[in-house]
Design a binder for this molecule. Structure first.
Ligand code: FES
Length: 203
């Protein structure tokens, strides 16, 4: 008699437990899915949600004499987007190529394939990526390998005999390196605003 009354109760308890475990499992899978998809969604949606153009600003790279004509040199600047815990990660290297008295190309160091830092080889006049063999010519255009395009370039200007670069938000296939001139915020020095090395207004 006692067995016939206990069996349905046990079966019911076991079914409740299975249902409970199923809900826990489904919940954990949902949380895991969110954690995995958040960075991907952020990458896709960030350019349309964040005003990334405001996250770039002019940075002084130093006097023109530091960059001899016809040469390509590594320069390092402090990223204007940085938090208190970022440490040395805010030190951003870039490749500066001086092509004339007042003409430059400044390249993001990140390969246009998956972002590894590219190295400059003076002898062959090539930038090479150590990760998957991407190669770029000295003007940053793609030479070979998996990169889908040339190196991203910075906007720059020469003001008062110093080279300034528009650094900050990094480019990717959605965010360009160089901006249309109309979208560049001028550099402000001593109440004067500069674009393309010329004073555009004073305050
Ligand atoms: Fe440079 Fe892949 S990251 S070739």
């Amino acid at each position: 008699m006692s067995e016939s009354t206990e069996t349905p109760v046990k079966a019911g308890a076991s079914s409740d437990r299975r249902g409970f475990m199923f809900k826990i499992g489904a919940g954990l899978m949902g949380v895991g899915g969110l954690l995995i998809s958040a960075p991907i969604l952020g990458y896709i949606l960030a350019p349309s949600v964040i005003d990334w153009k405001k996250r770039r600003s002019w940075i002084d790279l130093g006097p023109l004499d530091d960059f001899p004509v016809g040469q390509t040199h590594l320069a390092i600047y402090k990223n204007p987007i940085h938090g208190p815990t970022v440490g040395l990660a805010d030190q951003i290297p870039c490749w500066v190529r001086r092509t004339g008295t007042a003409s430059f190309q400044i390249f993001y160091i990140n390969c246009a394939h998956l972002g590894c830092p590219v190295h400059w080889f003076e002898e062959s006049k090539l930038f090479m990526c150590p990760c998957h063999g991407g190669v770029y010519y000295e003007d940053g255009s793609r030479a070979s390998g998996p990169p889908p395009r040339g190196l991203f370039e910075y906007d720059w200007q020469v003001v008062r005999n110093r080279l300034y670069v528009l650094g900050g938000e990094m480019p990717n296939l959605q965010i360009p390196g160089k901006l249309p001139k109309s979208e560049i915020t001028p550099l402000m020095i001593d109440g004067e605003k500069y674009l393309d090395g010329k004073v555009v207004s004073t305050t």
